[in-house]
Design a protein around this ligand. Sequence first.
Ligand code: NJP
Length: 245
Amino acid sequence: SGKTALITGASRGIGAAAARHLAASGATVFLTARTQEAVEPVAEAITADGGIAHALACDVSRFADVEAAVRAALAETGRLDILVNNAGLIDPISRLETSDPDAWGKVADVNIKGVYHGLRAAGPVMLEQKSGTIINLSSGAASRPIEGWSHYCASKAAVLSLTRSADLEWRREGIRVLGLSPGTVATGMQASIRASGINDYSRLAPTAHLDPDWVGQAIAWLCGKAGDAYLGEDCSLKDPVVRKA
Ligand code: NJP
């Protein structure tokens, strides 16, 4: 494709799968996670398969890290076509009354602020290019409560809301911002959910889960569609509050 893609949380799970499929489609991929060591093997495997992959350390809860990752991609390829705001966590799962306020805030820092940081760092670059696709990983948990997941449900609802705001402001400038809610995917996150034993999700058999590779494929497919093939929740047309022309 000749495109440049930045994927957060690409050391495993959905992010790693998305990076593999984006690289297979011809994109130069920048894989990020909190440490370079965690993400390096995934990048090396992509390179061994003939792709172009770079591994970077980037804690999405720190804006300076996200900005630096965007700058690194720009320095190498001169552009940024795709951002997958994928990094996220659910631990520690806990009922509200026993939840740890610091841990609750950490989930908000990664799941909500991390996505905002990605939008804030990539947005100006894509606006300048007048093109780009951003995919934010939300969840079905955005629209319903799940016992023990108050932090996660709230954060994923915020991701959808951020997606709507960015899409409203940027779609006319040629940038698509999509939210993806894939369902129950067989990754390390599901292992945490099973270990918590707190609700029905923890009893779902691993065979009832989606393969993260399929979700990665879906992400690459969405990114490959032309700008007019907009897929996603078309909320911005319902009752938009737009800036004055
Ligand atoms: O998660 P997992 P998934 N800064 O645990 C990274 C959503 N989702 O693939 O730093 C930067 O395998 C971490 O890297 P490391 C979900 O909410 C999932 O299942 O090395 N990166 C790792 O690469 C999330 O938004 C399901 O620990 C940070 C990655 O994030 C996304 O999909 C269903 C970080 C997590 O890998 C990927 O989830 C659904 C930080 N501060 C939505 N903290 C599902 N699995 O069922 C963590 O609807 N990471």
